[in-house]
Design a binder for this molecule. Structure first.
Ligand code: PLP
Length: 465
């Protein structure tokens, strides 16, 4: 036995390193809900402690962890807590963190059933649960990927495969050269990851037929050009700024008649379908062909959890197909046929745990509460002179502006410096806005009150200067 091997066996056996990791983790969760939401200047400066040369000699495992704890902990953003409103992030449901922790020890890669029977089983189960939760067609299959960026890529890959296939063109074999034309139709407010997918797939951004949007960022249905069976129409459930939803019912009907492929980017917004009081927003989504959604945003799974959903099993698996002499295909699910990767971690485990824990009722309650907190914030901020809400708060996104771009920017900077909460900025129809996304299970009424106070204080400081 080598020396290092011996030490690793010792680490496994005496469990000190696991115990200290757990202690550090518990220490973290005990403070993160109350700590400054963005790291302090000192904490960020402390990161220079990681600027080391490549270590020559091996280190004690406990010291490795200690270093992470000492300098890493305080330089995290408090996305786990209730006052991080930046981007569209989401917290993590405790049972999901615990399940992920347990699954770390299992170290499973559900590429094939034979490689991880448990991973494969849970993927099959969760595929059915999600199809049910989103009320999608029975034939829907799911690929468990890292996020909606990849889910969009896979879904558009499936669309590309199917549209070419209808033209007797096998894209996998023949490639793009001399291929028939694909028409890509989408709204002017599509998320940038959709554009990335279109570039990666070689479809070309310049070939997009852009459709005008209304004041909330929704595609104007009457502006959609005549579609054909070579068309790929991309819709949005949850505009990344306003949270607005396209009119799926009307648009999908039109697309269906033309035999066009409809993809819905529903990274955070598709979850409205799981809430009784909000499902009017997603009416008609079941008429689409593919969907992309995140677990790590609205459902609050730990990070690295996106799902591609596709009604056309053959299109998705053909687009992502691979084989090799050593591949063992099973009669059960082999996850790698639904994802771009072969090896990947069994992220479905925490997804399963959270859905099992919350149930349909719990999901409804958790997400409705986020919506209610968003409404609470919008109502409170509207009552403060100097702030204006720029969007209809239909789900969890709020866009706030001050009287001028300059003040908006300064107030945002001031809020970030106060560190009571964190949010980013954006541009909405040419005007600078502050963008609040409420998507943490941990956001309480009190958190919203604290946040509104922070806005008020920041405005006061800026206008006094
Ligand atoms: C976040 C987001 C994406 C990208 O998802 P990732 O999980 O970050 O890859 C795509 N579309 C919309 C609308 C989003 O909000």
């Amino acid at each position: 036995m080598s020396k290092i091997q011996n030490r690793m066996f010792q680490d496994l056996k005496n469990k000190d390193v696991f115990k200290s990791a757990q202690e550090y983790a518990f220490d973290y969760v005990d403070t993160i809900l109350f700590r400054n939401v963005y790291p302090t200047k000192e904490a960020i400066e402390g990161l220079s402690n990681f600027d080391e040369e490549l270590p020559e000699k091996s280190e004690d495992a406990n010291l490795v962890l200690k270093k992470l704890h000492e300098f890493g902990n305080s330089a995290t953003t408090a996305t786990l807590g209730g006052r991080y409103f930046g981007f569209v992030c989401g917290s993590a449901v405790p049972v999901g963190i615990a399940a992920k922790n347990l699954a770390s020890f299992w170290d499973q890669a559900p590429a094939m059933h034979v490689l991880s029977p448990i991973g494969s089983k849970l993927e099959s189960v969760v595929e059915k649960w999600l199809t049910n939760l989103f009320n999608l067609p029975k034939s829907t299959v799911a690929g468990f990927v890292s996020g909606t960026s990849t889910a969009n890529l896979c879904a558009l890959g499936a669309a590309r495969y199917r549209i070419y296939d209808k033209n007797n063109w096998d894209i996998n074999k023949k490639g793009l050269r001399n291929a028939p034309e694909i028409r890509i139709v989408m709204g002017k407010q599509a998320h940038s990851t959709v554009l990335k997918a279109i570039s990666v797939l070689g479809l070309g951004i310049e070939n997009i037929e852009w459709v005008d949007v209304d004041e909330q960022g929704r595609i104007i249905p009457e502006q959609i050009p005549e579609l054909s069976n070579n068309s790929l129409l991309i819709l949005q459930a949850g505009n990344v700024n306003s949270g607005a939803y396209d009119d799926f019912e009307v648009i999908c009907e039109k697309a269906k008649k033309a035999d066009a492929w409809v993809h819905i980017d529903g990274a955070f917004g598709l979850w409205a379908q799981t809430v009784n009081d909000l499902k009017h927003l997603t009416k008609g989504i079941e008429k689409a062909n593919s969907w992309a959604v995140d677990g790590h945003k609205t459902l609050n799974t730990p990070y690295d959890s996106g799902i591609v959903l596709c009604k056309d099993n053959d299109a998705l698996t053909s687009a992502l197909h691979m084989s090799g002499s050593y591949i063992i295909e099973s009669k059960q699910r082999d996850g790698m046929f639904y994802t771009p990767e072969m090896s990947r971690r069994a992220r479905v485990i925490e997804l399963w745990a959270i859905i099992k824990y919350l149930g349909k009722d719990g999901i409804d309650e958790m997400i409705l509460t986020m919506h209610q907190r968003a409404k609470q914030f919008a109502t409170a901020i509207k009552n403060i002179k100097g702030f204006e809400v720029k969007n209809d708060v239909v789900f969890n996104q709020i866009l706030v502006a001050c009287s001028t771009d300059e003040i908006t920017e300064k107030v945002l900077q001031q809020i970030q410096e106060l560190r009571d909460c964190w949010l980013g900025g954006s541009v909405w129809f040419g005007k600078k806005v502050m963008r609040i996304s409420v998507c943490s299970w941990a956001t309480t009424e009190k958190d919203i009150i604290t946040t509104v106070k922070s806005f008020e204080k920041a405005l006061e400081i800026v206008t006094k200067k």
